[in-house]
Write a new protein. Structure first.
Length: 145
């Protein structure tokens, strides 16, 4: 019989990695929406929505398993949920008024922030991720208004 123990310290060390995944999946989501805005709906567009939702749920689940609170990381999860909430109701994206260049710029910013998380102090990773996600939502919101 094999027993696996999941120590909270291991979960905590993986939070920056999970934040990177959160940002990267949301960047791919924005890029997919930009493609739909420009060229019409591809048959697999919902896959990106589900991947972004899964990254958010995965990080939220990891936080639930930890003993100590991580409000900065939870703020990033909430910011990701707000970003998706600002975009997904606008289906079909091709007629939504969203700007493909704005979506691609926001996606690029999320990718750059995700790549930079490894060089940040642990406590700054959640704040950085939240800021990037909120900036993406603001850019998208400005294009859809």
């Amino acid at each position: 019989m094999t027993v696996l123990f999941v120590w909270p310290a291991r979960e905590e060390r993986r939070l920056p990695e999970r934040l990177q995944t959160l940002l990267e999946t949301h960047a791919r989501f924005l890029e997919r929406v930009a493609t739909v805005v420009e060229y019409g709906p591809p048959p697999a567009r919902e896959r990106r929505v589900r991947a972004a939702e899964a990254a958010s749920a995965n990080l939220r689940s990891a936080l639930d398993r930890l003993r100590g609170p991580h409000p900065d990381v939870m703020a990033a999860v909430v910011a990701a949920d707000r970003l998706r909430g600002a975009i997904t109701p606008l289906r079909p994206y091709a007629t939504s008024g969203l700007s493909a260049p704005d979506l691609r710029t926001a996606a690029s910013h999320l990718d750059v922030t995700a790549a930079g998380l490894t060089s940040l102090e642990f406590d700054a990773t959640g704040r950085s991720a939240t800021g990037a996600l909120d900036s993406a939502r603001a850019a998208v919101g400005a294009g859809a208004a």
